[in-house]
Design a protein around this ligand. Structure first.
Ligand SMILES: [Zn+2]
Length: 343
C-alpha cells in the first residue's frame, strides 16, 4: 500500500510505499475510509507530543474512520465489518482512572495514535481494539471524521463545566474544528452562546447555528458585558490559549463563572491573584480530550443529526499537504478531512 509517513519529526509527511500492517492479538485491522485533519495532527507531526526518533517512521492521523476488516487472534469476530473511529489516547484500560471511565487521565498512558502507533494517513491501519470505537453504521465516513475529537472534545468540556440552559457561554476560537462543534454542543445544552472569531466565513457559520457572532480581531476592545442581553458570560471556553485570551476570559466572567482551558502550549503564563478567585468565586477548569464513552456519544449525536459536521475542506490523499497549508492559514471553517474513497 501507499500512504503518508514522516521520517523526521517536524518534516512534512511524504507519500511512499508502506508495508502492509499485520494484526496481532488484541488488535484490529482497519480499512481507512477518511481521516480528520486539524491543528492537533500538525502538532503531532511537529513532535510536540513526543519527538523520540525511535518512534519513526510514523504514519500520522489520529482522527481516522474506517471499517474493521480483520481482528487479531482471540479477538471479537463481531467487530469485523463495523465502522469505527479511533480513540486518540493509547490508554491502558486497567488503571483506576481507566476503570472509572476517565480515560484521558490514564495513569499508564502509552502515547497517542499517530505518534506512538500508526494513524489514518494510510489506507490500512492496525489499532488496539480498545482504541476502535464503533459508530452507527449509517453515519457516513466523512461526517464521522468530526466524531473522535471535534465533537467528543466539546462534549467533555460541557461535562467538565457543567453547562446548563441558564448558562451564557463565550467560545474563543469559535469557527475552528473544535470551536464550531463546541458552539453546537453548548446550544444543544440549552445555553446562550457567543462565538468569537476573526474570519468572516467562520462568524457566518457561528450565526447560522443560532449563536451570536463576535468579531474578535482585537480582543481587548470586545466588551464582555455586550455579548448577552442577560449579562456577562458564565462560561468562557478558551480554545486559543494565548495570554491575552486567557486573561480576557478571566476578566469577562460573571461572578461564579468558569473558564475552561483546553490548549497545551508551553510557556504561556497568565498572572492572577487568589483574591480574584475569591471575590468572584471563579473556577478555572482544565478539560483534557474526551472519554471513550463521549466519543461513542459523539457518534450517536452526529448520526442522529443533533450535531452537524462542519468540514471546511475535503481532499484526496494526493492533496493532504494542501489541507495542512489551509489549516496553517487559519481559513478553514471547521475541520479538514482526508478522503480515502477517491483512491
Ligand atoms: Zn489507564
Amino acid at each position: 500500500m501507499h500512504g503518508y509517513r514522516i521520517d523526521r519529526w517536524g518534516a512534512d509527511p511524504a507519500w511512499q510505499a508502506l508495508p502492509d500492517p499485520v494484526v496481532g492479538p488484541g488488535e484490529v485491522l482497519i480499512d481507512v475510509e477518511a481521516c480528520g485533519v486539524g491543528l492537533t495532527v500538525l502538532n503531532c507531526i511537529n513532535g510536540d507530543l513526543a519527538n523520540d526518533p525511535t518512534l519513526l517512521p510514523r504514519v500520522p492521523g489520529h482522527e481516522l474512520v474506517g471499517r474493521v476488516i480483520e481482528v487479531g487472534p482471540g479477538g471479537e469476530i463481531a467487530m469485523v465489518g463495523r465502522r469505527v473511529v479511533a480513540y486518540f489516547y493509547l490508554t491502558c484500560g486497567t488503571c483506576p482512572m481507566c476503570a472509572a471511565g476517565r480515560d484521558s487521565l490514564c495513569a499508564e498512558l502509552r502515547g497517542w495514535v499517530g505518534v506512538h502507533t500508526d494513524g489514518g494517513y494510510a489506507p490500512r491501519v492496525v489499532l488496539p481494539v480498545h482504541n476502535a470505537i464503533p459508530v452507527p453504521d449509517d453515519l457516513d465516513p466523512l461526517s464521522a471524521t468530526v466524531v473522535p475529537d471535534a465533537v467528543a472534545t466539546p462534549l467533555h468540556v460541557a461535562s467538565r463545566a457543567g453547562i446548563v440552559p441558564t448558562d451564557r457561554v463565550a467560545v474563543l476560537g469559535a469557527g475552528g474544528g473544535v470551536g464550531i462543534h463546541m458552539v453546537q454542543v453548548a446550544l444543544g445544552a440549552g445555553a446562550a452562546v457567543a462565538g468569537l472569531d476573526v474570519v468572516d466565513a467562520k462568524l457566518a457559520q457561528v450565526e447560522r447555528f443560532g449563536a451570536h457572532p463576535v468579531r474578535s480581531t482585537d480582543l481587548s476592545v470586545v466588551d464582555p458585558s455586550t455579548l448577552f442581553a442577560e449579562g456577562r458570560p458564565t462560561v468562557v471556553v478558551d480554545l486559543l490559549g494565548s495570554v491575552a485570551a486567557t486573561r480576557w476570559g478571566l476578566d469577562a466572567l460573571d461572578p461564579g463563572g468558569r473558564l475552561v482551558a483546553l490548549t497545551t502550549f508551553r510557556g504561556r503564563q497568565v498572572q492572577v491573584e487568589s483574591r480574584e478567585f475569591v471575590f468572584g468565586e471563579t473556577s478555572i477548569i482544565g478539560s483534557r480530550y474526551a472519554t471513550r464513552a463521549e466519543v461513542a456519544e459523539a457518534g450517536r449525536l452526529v448520526a442522529a443529526g443533533e450535531i452537524t459536521p462542519v468540514i471546511g475542506t475535503v481532499r484526496g490523499p494526493s492533496e493532504v499537504l494542501d489541507i495542512h497549508d489551509e489549516l496553517k492559514s487559519g481559513t478553514v471553517v471547521g475541520r479538514g478531512a482526508l478522503d480515502w474513497s477517491t483512491t
